[in-house]
Design a binder for this molecule. Structure first.
Ligand SMILES: *[C@@H]1O[C@H](CO)[C@@H](O)[C@H](O)[C@H]1NC(C)=O
Ligand SMILES: *[C@@H]1O[C@H](CO)[C@@H](O)[C@H](O)[C@H]1NC(C)=O
Ligand SMILES: *[C@@H]1O[C@H](CO)[C@@H](O)[C@H](O)[C@H]1NC(C)=O
Length: 186
């Protein structure tokens, strides 16, 4: 009994079990650990939104913190372009209310500007210029809130973009949070 027990401690299996558990952040934990920190430090960003967004990209399984930032930026880019497409589609409506049309035009401009800004942000992030990247993501974050607020300036008019604006806002908040974590590690 004792000898079997001690043999186990000396066995390669034991060594593997111990070394993998003491590694702290196996790839899968990396998403969860990062999301815990993001949710704790970022208002309006939920842990579950963070995990489901990052895990929607298979690359996150083996990603370190720096790569998770790039993945988050790609998710944000998809959402920016799809929201911009959605705005253009809404603008095709010939019987649009005048107020709504002006607001949609503003949103189109905000989203059109955000796309090249994100491209620059990604380049800066790759070069580890995290404070420059921080400024860019912060400005991107203003697009969905400014777009959304515009519709609420007039009583009784709802925003047709609430859901998309919310997604973009949360993905930008997630990206900002990861950029800042990288900055603090630098
Ligand atoms: C965060 O959520 C609260 C409540 O839903 C909302 O009032 C507030 O405007 C949100 N903050 C931002 C920056 O969107
Ligand atoms: C936008 O982001 C949300 C949250 O990650 C996701 O559920 C949705 O599918 C995305 N949409 C597009 C078009 O990328
Ligand atoms: C076009 O806009 C009008 C007025 O805002 C709205 O009642 C109508 O449902 C819209 N049509 C489409 C196809 O979205």
């Amino acid at each position: 009994m004792i000898s079997t027990f001690s043999l186990f401690f000396l066995s390669p299996l034991f060594v593997i079990l111990v070394s993998s558990s003491s590694h702290g952040s196996t790839p899968h934990n990396m998403v969860q650990e990062t999301c815990k920190k993001c949710a704790a430090t970022t208002p309006n960003l939920s842990y579950s939104f963070c995990v489901s967004s990052l895990e929607s990209d298979d690359r996150s399984r083996s990603a370190n913190l720096h790569r998770l930032g790039l993945i988050s930026m790609d998710l944000l880019r998809h959402n920016l372009t799809s929201t911009r497409r959605e705005v253009k589609k809404l603008l095709r409506n010939k019987t649009l209310d005048g107020f709504v049309k002006v607001r949609l035009d503003d949103c189109l401009e905000l989203y059109s500007d955000a796309i090249p800004t994100l491209k620059e942000c990604k380049r800066e992030y790759k070069q580890k210029r995290f404070s420059d990247a921080n400024v860019k993501v912060s400005s991107i974050m203003e697009a969905p809130s400014t777009c959304e607020d515009g519709f609420h300036e007039k009583q009784g008019v709802g925003s047709p973009l609430t859901k998309s604006n919310k997604n973009v806002f949360q993905l930008a908040a997630l990206t900002l949070s990861i950029v800042n974590m990288n900055m603090h590690l630098q």
